[in-house]
Design a binder for this molecule. Sequence first.
Ligand code: C2E
Ligand code: CA
Ligand code: CA
Length: 692
Amino acid sequence: MLFGTYSPALVISSVIVAVFASYTALDMAGRISTATARAEPWWLGGGATAMGIGIWSMHFVGMLAFSLPIATGYDTGITLLSLVIAVALSAFALWIVCQPTLPVSRLFGGAVVMGAGVASMHYTGMAAMRMTPAIHYDSFMFAASVAIAIAASGAALWIAFRLRGEGGHTRKLRMGAALVMGAAIVGMHYTGMLAAEFPVGSICRAARDGASSLWLAPVIIVGTLAVLAIALITSILDLRLEARTSVLATSLANANRELSHLALHDSLTQLPNRVLLEDRLDRAIGAAERQGAMFAVMFLDLDGFKAVNDAYGHRIGDILLREVAQRLGKAVRGEDTVARFGGDEFVVIAPVLEAADAADVAQQILRAVETPVTAGGHELRVSCSIGIAMYPGDGQDQHELLSNADAAMYHAKASGRARFSYFETSMQQDVHDQLQLLHDLRSAIASGQLILHYQPKFRAPRGPVIGAEALVRWQHPTLGLIPPGDFIPLAEKTGLIVPIGEWVLDQACRQMKAWLDAGNAGWTIAVNLSSLQFGHAGLVDTVSDTLARHQLAPQSLTLEITESTAMRDVEASLATLDKLNSMGVKISIDDFGTGYSSLLYLKRLPATELKIDRGFVRDLPQDPEDAAIVSAIVALGRTLNLTIVAEGVETQQQQEFLTTLGCNSFQGYLLGRPMSAENFLEAAAQASELTS
Ligand code: C2E
Ligand code: CA
Ligand code: CA
C-alpha cells in the first residue's frame, strides 16, 4: 500500500476555504430570503455558484494537499464534473433553506440528498486521478465519510435556515456557524481520504496529461477566495443599498402619510376635515346606490359655544371643541364617520336601515355633548342642535344633503336647541325665506321700514316711569310687523346691524330729547347694542356725535350690552366701556345671569345697572332656585353699587316678590308693553296717575 503525506499549508488553506465558503453560503441564504421576487433567482444562481466553487475548491485543495510517492495528476473532465456536482448541490441546499418553512421531513430528505451529493462530488474528484488499479476504499471509513456528509449537511441546512434574515446578532452567529459548517465539510473530506487505500504499484493515469499540482493549488485557492469575496462584497453592498432604499422608501411613505393626514384632517380635533368629508359622502352615496341602502347625514352645531369662547377665550374654547370631538367619536357607532365641518359645526355620516335609526345615533350624540366639560378649572355646559337629512330621500348629491341637513339643524335650533330635527321640504323654504328676508333687510332702513317701540321702565315698587327701552321692529311691506328676534341675528351675521344700530340710536336720542323737552325730566332712554356694534371701532364717535346732534345730555342715555358681549375680549370691552362712561353715558348689563361672568371682572366694569334676565323672573315666586339666583344677583348688585332691574315682570306676585328681594326697577308686560312713541306718553301719564 502506498502511504500519502499531507502538506500542512494546503490543509490549512483548505480549512480556510471551507469556513469562508460556509460563511458566504449562509450569507447568500440570508440574502435570498429577504430579496425581492425578481432578484431571487439571481441570488440563488450566484450564491449556488460561489458556494459550489467554495466547497469544491476546499475538496480539491484538500486533494492537492495529499501527495503519494508516485507522480499524480487530475483528469480535467472528471474534475470539472465534480465541480458541477458541487454547484448543483449548493443550488439545492440554498433552495431548501429559502423555503418559508423547514419541516423535519424536508430537513432529513435535504440532508440525505445533499450529503450524497457532497460524497459523490468527493469520490468523483478522487476518480479524476484515474488510478490503476482502482483505489480501494475501506468500507467502514467510506460509510463514516458519507454519514458525516449527511450529518454535516443536515446541520448546515438547519443552521442556514435559522440564520436567515439580517440583524446585528445574525452576523456573529453566522461566523460561529460557518466555523462549524467548515469543520464538518473538512471532516467529511479527510475521513473520505482516510478511506482510500492505494495498492503498491498503482499508477496515476492522469499524471501525464493532467494539470500539474504545483501551480494548481495557489491558483485555485486564490481564485476561489476571489469568487467568494466578490459574492460576499456584492451581497453586503446590495444589502446596504437595499437598506438605504428601504429607509428612504419608509420615510417617504411616512411623509406622504403625514401630509395626506394633514391635508385631510382638522388639526385641532384630528377629525376628518371638509375635504375628506366630501370624499366620504361621495363614497357613501356610491355604496348606498349600489346596495340600494340608505344613510343619514347629520349636521351638528353647538349651542352656547360662542358664549364660552367670549367668556374664557379661544384656548378654553379649543379645549371644549377637542373634548366634544372626542365624545362624538365615542358616541357614534363604528361604521359612522364624524367630521369637523368648521368652527363649532360637525357632520356625521351614519349608514342606517331605516330613517328612524338615525334618531338613536342623534340621541347618543345629544347625551354625550350635554355632559359638562371641565376646562381650565371651569365647568362648561353646552348642548348641540342636530339636523338630519336622509339619502336618497332628502338629496341626491353631497351639496344637497349637507344644505338640507343644515336647514334641519337651523330648525332644531329655532325650536329650542339641544334637539334634533329631520329635514322636511318646508325647511328648504325657510332657508330660501331667510335669503329673501336678508335681501329685503338691506333696503329696510332706506325705505323707512324700521320703527322703534318703547317699553316703559318703572321705579320699584309701583312707579313712576323713569324712562324707556327702545326696541326695534321691522314693518315689512308683505310680512307685517317682524320682531327683532327674527332679523337682528341675520343683521348681526351680515354686518347690517351696524347701520341699523346707528339708525336706532339716532331715533331713540331724537325721541328722548323730544320727551325731555315736553317736561319729562329725569327720564333715560335705553338702547341695545349688539356685540358686533359694541366691537365696532366707530362706536364711541357715533355715540358722541349722535348725542351732540340732538343736544341730549349723555346722562339721559343708557347703553345695554348683554353679559356675554361684555365678557368677550375683556380688555377691549373695558377700554370701550371706560370711554363711554367717562363721556357720561350709563352702561347696563343686559340678560344678566345667562353668561359666564367673573366677579373680579364685573368689579372693574364701569356699569351702572344689572338687568336680571327674564328667564329667572318667569317662574317666580314659585321656583325656589330662580328665587335664590335673583336674590344672589341683587346682593351682588348691592355690593358693586349697581341698580338692579328686573325685566319680564308679568304678574303682581312677581312684582311684589321682586320688590321684597330688593330690585330697584321693573320692566314688563304687567306695567307696560313695548309701544309706539305716540302711545307712550299717554300710557306713562296713566301709570303716573295710578301711582300717585
Ligand atoms: P331684550 O333687550 O332683553 O329686550 C327685552 C325683550 O323682552 C323685548 O323683546 C320685550 O318686548 C320683551 N319683554 C318685555 N317685557 C316682557 C314681559 O313681561 N314678558 C315677556 N315674555 N317679554 C317681555 P323684543 O322687543 O322682541 O326684543 C328682543 C331682543 O331683541 C331684545 O332683548 C334685544 O336683545 C334685541 N333688540 C331689540 N331691539 C334692538 C335694537 O335696537 N338693537 C339691538 N342690537 N338689539 C335689539
Ligand atoms: Ca335690552
Ligand atoms: Ca334683556
